[in-house]
Design a protein around this ligand. Structure first.
Ligand code: NOJ
Length: 547
């Protein structure tokens, strides 16, 4: 393991900066807040952090609308705070990954302002995707592409005299105009942005919408069956096009020129692991989020298929698989898996499953506390553009972004300083449920059966087993027999000395006969009976010299 690049087996903790820790009491998390809690992250036993965007931004999409790629949004701190955070993380042995948003800028980025001020056909407009409209008076969008957040993917520019002008493409919100990646200036600028952060010491980049940078230059309408959101099929006019790969080859040459292991992580929503693997060819990006695994329902056959196809497809290009259960865009998995006690038990088992698989894994802040999705946020606090652009039909993603509960009995639960009694400012930017008093990190830290304790134990054990050479081998499925209950069981070994068994059903299941006699329980996500059976919704890690 020692000479394997860190990103091939790292557990990366996702820090959603807005909601992690608020150092100055404005209700919004910030970089000094993250720095103050680095000890907690290191104690958890992860290897790296990924910071969601903290750059200057009007926050039309929670920072994924970047107005300046080389600075820090004042609400989140300063560049000096960033440097101190990187330094503090490195001292604790944590690597730092930042979020790169190359598909679009903010509409307040100087480039877009210049584009609006310039004439059609100008060099300023050529950095974005401006086109003439269709129909009489060019009143209709250039094509039928839809924004991922709802509504058309085109917005019209109005000239100072009020007359309608060109249209520009925005696959997300209108405040996020898409860049034209065939433009040399765009390519040169992002190469320079990469170097800016690499020179500040970052260890990697998470690439936002990696599958979206290239568009069909003819901009045709979407053909039947090619939806705009969701995983893209081959031949789509703006998702997962071959031309994106040249961009990543250029970037890989940049990171390879640095004298340390730097990692790119692709956010690429594509339909199959085989499509994903193309982003991870040896001269492109290093790893990618595995949405196949995240989206798989709580079902043994479905999860096994997702695991197998991911491992196989990525092995063909020499890339490690990665595993993820939650992030800031999806419903938290405690809720996705059924919510309540059932969702929690399944989430505990899923954590042991994920952390036993080969390759890397992602932990989204708060999943180690077993936080559920907050489903009853009032309309007037919602900020996600999805909510507004669908006229409220979709509630959006705010429910998985509620600030963390750290300690105490009432909001803000140590997220930031408590606002003065009666104060209208200084409350967390999204309200925390009162019942999160039972889920605070402080309370869970000393509870032997808490989710936090489980994550700490699993992450530490994962690390020490890897150091001992156990849990480093390829995944090999163990025969679980047949029958309705066995059909709910997943069992595998990782080389010699380690095995993981997960019972996804609700009935107790027999321990697979193939599990060597004398295998001892290293860690279990739930109760382990004396009869050797595995309770429902429970995962167990076993160790034995004879496995
Ligand atoms: C993916 C990010 O994870 C999401 O939060 C964002 O809204 C879109 N990309 C657009 O940047």
């Amino acid at each position: 393991m020692a000479d394997t690049p860190w990103w091939r087996h790292a557990v990366i903790y996702q820090v959603y900066v807005r909601s992690f820790a608020d150092s100055d009491g404005d209700g919004m998390g910030d970089l000094p807040g993250v720095r103050s809690r680095l000890g907690y992250i290191a104690d958890l036993g992860v290897d790296a952090i990924w910071l969601n965007p903290f750059y200057p931004s009007p926050q039309a999409d929670a920072g994924y609308d970047v107005a300046d790629y080389r600075d820090v949004e004042p609400t989140f701190g300063t560049l000096a705070d960033f440097d101190a955070l990187v330094d503090g993380a490195h001292r604790l042995g944590l690597r730092v990954i930042v979020d790169l948003v190359p598909n679009h800028t903010s509409d307040e980025h100087p480039w877009f302002r210049a584009a609006l001020a310039a004439a059609p056909g100008s060099a300023e407009r050529a950095r974005y995707l401006f086109r003439e409209g269709r129909g009489p008076g060019c009143d209709l969008p250039p094509n039928d592409w839809q924004s991922v957040f709802g509504g058309p993917a085109w917005a019209r520019v109005f000239e100072p005299d009020g007359s309608g002008g060109q249209w520009f493409l925005h696959l997300f919100a209108p405040e996020q105009p898409d860049l034209d990646w065939t433009n040399d200036e765009v390519r040169a600028e992002f190469e320079s942005i990469l170097r800016f952060w690499l020179d500040r010491g970052v260890d990697g980049f998470r690439i936002d919408v990696a599958h979206g940078l290239a568009k069909d230059p003819d901009m045709p309408d979407i053909v039947a069956g090619q939806q705009t959101s969701g995983p893209a099929r081959a031949g789509h006019p703006h998702w997962d096009r071959d031309e994106v790969h040249e961009v990543f080859r250029q970037w890989r040459r940049v990171t390879d020129s640095y004298d340390r292991d730097v990692a790119f992580v692709a956010e690429a929503w594509v339909e199959t692991p085989a499509q994903l693997a193309r982003y991870l060819r040896p001269d492109e990006l290093h790893t990618a989020f595995n949405f196949e695994f995240l989206l798989a329902p709580w079902d043994a056959a479905g999860l096994r298929a997702a695991i197998d196809s991911s491992i196989q497809a990525l092995a063909e290009v020499g890339a490690p698989p990665t595993w993820v259960l939650s992030n800031h865009d999806v419903v938290r998995h405690v809720t996705r898996y059924g919510g309540g006690d059932l969702g929690l038990r399944r989430a505990r088992a899923a954590a042991l499953l994920m952390l036993a698989l080969p390759g890397g894994a992602y932990v989204y802040q708060g999943e180690e506390l077993g936080l559920p999705q907050v489903i009853d946020l009032p309309d007037d606090v919602l900020q996600d553009p999805t909510f507004f652009r669908t006229g409220g039909v979709e509630r959006g993603r705010d429910g998985c972004r509620v600030p963390l509960p750290w300690s105490g009995e009432e909001p803000p639960f140590g997220f930031g300083p408590s606002p003065a009694p009666g104060a209208t400012v200084g409350h967390p930017w999204l309200p925390q449920p009162a019942e999160w008093a039972g889920l605070t990190a402080a309370r869970q830290a000393t509870a032997p059966d808490s989710m936090l304790t489980l994550y700490r134990q699993a992450l530490r054990l994962r690390r020490s087993l890897a150091e001992e050479g156990a849990m480093t081998g390829p995944l090999e499925w163990i025969d679980v027999g047949s029958g309705p209950i066995a059909g709910d069981v997943l069992a595998f070994r990782r080389g010699t000395g380690f095995a993981c068994v997960v019972n996804l059903g609700e009935e107790p299941a027999d321990t697979p006969a193939d599990l060597a006699l004398g295998a001892r329980v290293l860690l279990a996500s739930g109760d382990v009976g004396d009869d050797g059976r595995i309770q429902g919704s429970t995962a167990i890690w076993y160790g034995s010299d004879r496995l």
